[in-house]
Write a protein that binds this ligand. Structure first.
Ligand SMILES: Cc1cc2nc3c(=O)[nH]c(=O)nc-3n(C[C@H](O)[C@H](O)[C@H](O)COP(=O)(O)OP(=O)(O)OC[C@H]3O[C@@H](n4cnc5c(N)ncnc54)[C@H](O)[C@@H]3O)c2cc1C
Length: 383
């Protein structure tokens, strides 16, 4: 069976590695970016304990490599920007092992390395054709022009949120905006940062989220409601506007927030601005010749840090099924119910980002049994 993987981000890299030696499988991977180009555009991220469990059970070498290049994620606290504590969770109470904190560039470098020899870089999927047997033939745009590399029994779309394979086989998915801006920044010179593990700081429904990542760096993500729901006003992209968003009304910000506000001002030009959006879950095309994994299948809001985490689960589970000659229907059966649960839970957990929701009450609900049971299910019920 000839399997072609489009995109070697999180899900695609793991699948490519696991299929390298699979009996009866010939795998080829195609990646839009050049070899060795692991841009810091994604800055940093936290990966949930459930992804680590999936890797520990099925791909222990990758588990060990990621652990060695990351910091453990053991704690989640929520404060107001004046320092009032609302929530403090030890992840050990809802998970079987810690999550991790890592730089994007490092994550991609470690995941892409094992299948590097089987990956054609600088190949961006552009179009699809069919051979006489009805197999899909991907057409790539490269620096040297248009390239074809034969026909495939199965093409796997692991090409992210704006999946070209999904668009070509099933049409552009509708995107639903949450009505919030989410920006991210990597502070690389952060020796004086006054905190370590994963924290969130609210002022009204605007929220800062931050934690240390390896190499003396700190990841900061800001979230705030968009006044007209879908456009990020240019006026919000200034240091003054950001300072006003996150500063408490009656008194100074706590030391952690004061530190972040200064870093935002110093590195405003480095901030990546985006909008939080979801697309409907779709696992494969109607003909069964294209399978979608990770964001290509299931773009979700990043509130619980489950986007890349679920992409890890997708890569691991799809590899497990395809290695033993299983079908894409089996991948769907193992993944879709769980993915829908996590997507819905991530949306529910986004309540405090939406105007009109009381942040103190909404955050306190996250210490109640119902929320913690869903978090435990998310972190532990892994195939
Ligand atoms: C602001 C923000 C913060 C986030 N924080 C977190 C977090 O803390 N934790 C977490 O778990 N998730 C987080 N996410 C979500 C996470 O980024 C994604 O869910 C995750 O990267 C999806 O992995 P993937 O393998 O599906 O796709 P990606 O990792 O996006 O990989 C897709 C790959 O396909 C390649 N590609 C794209 N188009 C083509 C093409 N036409 N041809 C060939 N190759 C192509 C790309 O170059 C890339 O290598 C966050 C997202 C955002 C926007």
């Amino acid at each position: 069976m000839r399997i072609g993987i489009i995109g070697t981000g999180v899900a695609g890299s793991l699948l490519a590695e696991a299929l390298l030696e699979a009996p009866g499988v010939q795998v080829a991977a195609y990646e839009r970016v050049a070899a060795g180009e692991h841009a810091e555009a994604g800055t940093g991220l936290n990966i949930g304990p459930n992804a680590l469990k999936a890797l520990r059970l099925h791909m222990p070498a990758r588990h060990a490599a990621l652990r060695a290049a990351s910091l453990e994620w053991r704690r989640w606290f929520v404060d107001l920007t004046d320092g009032t504590r609302l929530f403090d969770l030890n992840l050990a109470t809802v998970a079987e092992e810690p999550g991790l904190r890592i730089r994007w560039s490092e994550l991609y470098r470690l995941l892409r390395a094992p299948a590097a020899d089987r990956t054609r870089h600088g190949h961006a999927l552009e179009a699809l054709e069919e051979d006489a047997a009805g197999r899909l033939v991907p057409v790539f745009r490269t620096a040297d022009g248009v390239v074809r590399d034969g026909a495939f029994d199965l093409l796997v779309g692991a090409d992210g949120r704006y999946s070209r394979l999904r668009a070509l086989t099933c049409g552009e998915p509708p995107s639903t905006l949450l009505g919030v801006c989410i920006w991210r920044l990597l502070v690389t010179d952060a020796a004086d940062c006054p905190y370590d593990d994963y924290g969130q700081w609210f002022h009204g429904n605007a929220r800062l989220l931050s934690f240390r990542v390896p190499g003396g760096a700190v990841y900061i993500a800001g979230t705030f409601p968009l006044p007209d729901g879908d456009r990020i006003p240019e006026g919000m992209k200034t240091a003054e506007a950001q300072r006003a968003l996150y500063s408490p009304k009656n008194g100074p910000p706590c030391p952690a927030v004061a530190w972040m506000l200064d870093r935002i001002e110093a590195q405003l030009a480095d901030i990546h601005w985006a909008r939080s959006a979801t697309a409907p879950l779709l696992r494969h095309d109607p003909s069964g010749r294209a399978l979608f994994l990770g964001d290509a299948a299931q773009a979700m809001v990043p509130t619980l840090g489950q986007g890349a985490t679920q992409a890890v689960e997708c890569g691991v589970v799809a590899a497990h099924v395809l290695r033993r000659g299983g079908t894409i229907a089996e991948v769907a059966r193992l993944r879709d119910e769980r993915v829908e649960f996590v997507r819905q839970f991530s949306l529910e957990a986004s309540d405090t980002l939406i105007p009109g929701v009381d942040v103190v009450e909404g955050t306190k609900r996250k210490m109640e049994a119902d929320f913690l049971a869903k978090l435990r299910k998310t972190y532990t019920e892994v195939e």
